[in-house]
Write a protein that binds this ligand. Structure first.
Ligand SMILES: CC(=O)SCCNC(=O)CCNC(=O)[C@H](O)C(C)(C)COP(=O)(O)OP(=O)(O)OC[C@H]1O[C@@H](n2cnc3c(N)ncnc32)[C@H](O)[C@@H]1OP(=O)(O)O
Length: 422
């Protein structure tokens, strides 16, 4: 497949094209925010790693970009990787193979930069599986009633609480450090998929509380909990949406993100969030499926959990990606892998790893134990999608013993996830 006649791929390497990009982007992602307001925002587009498809008149027909991540957390390690983003095709050019071409370009670009994996958040869940991306992390969203009972946690009451209006200049660095630190919690295990605001553009975007994006709500509020020595142990960022029903307060706390370095901090943060005056509920952004609030709640059902796909992973350099991560059990297994888009990954690979230790991946002619596509390896890569579950759907084949051994090894005790979509 090729780009449609009359179009060509060009680098987007200058901020001078920002207005044009935003006008194009508003075709791919309809928005009620005026372009003049969008131009005032901190836009995290990585110029130099953004690409456009221009038509004969030099207008954008499509674009994509990739964030260069130096610290992409995978099980037991932090590795370089790419994050595919800003993918859009103008409605006048859709379904003519442009996305397929952009994906091929992205894969080649990643491999030339030595990135073994590419991740993404999918605008629609049906798009990326065909390109070998596997659904690697699930998110859960909650609507928790005010006053919901929490199980006790020792030490929670001793923590100090600060509540104030968000001020990026004053709070940004401390909150970014807490957020980044959470990728390594619990110590020795870490949180696969917990991508941080590691580029200046991502940090500026995470910091901003632009009135144009508030949708009529109040300015962002910050809750920080500290130990008695003043060290921060966690934070939450939120806005309150006022509401009344027949004279009864019916406000909603819209939670942007929450990070707690330990159980006491989590308990204290949630105790405050669930007891704000005039509020009837807390609505969360994406939480990991093992977020402590799910266990702290005495009645988790009352929080009406809704799950969805969050992170998709594409393995681009199989031997490197599988050797860079750690495994939760010793394993010695031969995989027969198919990969329609990156032929170098196809074939038989022997994976030998110690539990939580060194892993080696070599090409082999031995008889395979498991048969699967690169998409399923991507799905299992963060330790959250079970190879055994994929086998039950017929997507991984092999005898039950081999599936059980590999399923355990590829899993991880801490659920993969992130606090944001980008
Ligand atoms: C990581 C991110 O940035 S996610 C954001 C993705 N962008 C958006 O959702 C914005 C609105 N949509 C668009 O811009 C476009 O419709 C895109 C990017 C989703 C698709 O672009 P197109 O150029 O139309 O895709 P293209 O013609 O290359 O199609 C490739 C394949 O994907 C399939 N496909 C495309 N869009 C979708 C979709 N929304 N759902 C399911 N399948 C899709 C096509 O049917 C085609 O399948 P096939 O090759 O198996 O026959």
């Amino acid at each position: 497949m090729q780009l449609p006649a009359g179009t060509q791929l060009v680098p987007l390497d200058s901020r001078d094209r920002l207005e044009e990009v935003l006008r194009f982007d508003a075709w791919a992602y309809p928005t009620g925010v005026a372009i003049s307001d969008l131009l005032e925002l901190a836009i995290p587009l990585p110029w130099g790693r953004a690409w456009g498809v221009e038509n004969e008149a030099g207008e954008l027909a499509a674009m994509y970009a990739a964030y260069t991540l130096a610290s992409f957390p995978v099980p037991g390690a932090v590795v370089p990787g790419a994050w595919l983003t800003w993918v859009g095709v103008h409605p006048g050019y859709r379904r003519r193979g442009i996305l397929r071409e952009l994906i091929a370009h992205h894969f080649a670009d990643c491999l030339s930069r030595g990135e073994a994996i590419s991740g993404l958040n999918a605008a629609e869940a049906g798009i990326y599986g065909r390109f070998g991306y596997g659904m690697a992390a699930t998110q859960v969203s909650l609507t928790i009633p005010r006053g919901a009972s929490l199980r006790d946690v020792a030490g929670s009451a001793e923590l100090l609480v600060e509540l104030r209006e968000w001020d990026a200049g004053r709070d940004g660095a401390e909150i970014a450090a807490l957020h980044a630190g959470y990728a390594a919690v619990p110590e020795g295990l870490g949180r696969p998929g917990w991508v941080t605001w590691e580029t200046a553009g991502l940090r500026a975007s995470a910091d901003q509380d632009a009135p144009a994006l508030r949708e009529g709500l109040e300015a962002e509020r910050l809750l920080v909990v500290r130990d008695t020595a003043g060290a921060p142990r966690g934070y939450a960022r939120f806005r309150r949406k006022p509401g009344w029903k027949r004279n009864v307060p019916d406000g909603t706390v819209e939670l942007r993100d929450v990070v707690a370095l330990d159980a006491a901090a989590a308990h204290r943060i949630w105790s405050v969030l669930l007891d704000l005056d005039l509020m009837a509920r807390v609505e969360t952004g994406p939480l990991t499926t093992d977020d402590p609030i799910l266990t702290l709640l005495v009645d988790a059902r009352s929080a009406m959990p809704v799950t969805n796909d969050l992170e998709w992973v594409r393995i681009l350099d199989l031997p490197r990606a599988l050797a860079e991560r750690r495994y939760a059990a010793p394993i010695d297994v031969v995989l027969e892998v198919t990969d329609a888009l990156v032929p170098a990954n196809a074939g038989r690979w022997r994976v030998v790893a110690e539990a939580y230790g060194h892993a080696e991946v070599t090409q082999t002619a031995e008889e395979p134990d498991l048969w699967l596509d690169i998409r399923e390896l991507g799905a299992a890569h963060l330790g959250a999608t079970s190879l055994a579950a994929l086998a039950q759907a017929g997507l991984v084949r092999g005898d039950t013993q081999a599936i059980a051994r590999a399923g355990t090894a590829w899993s991880w005790p801490i659920a993969a996830g992130a606090s944001w979509v980008f």
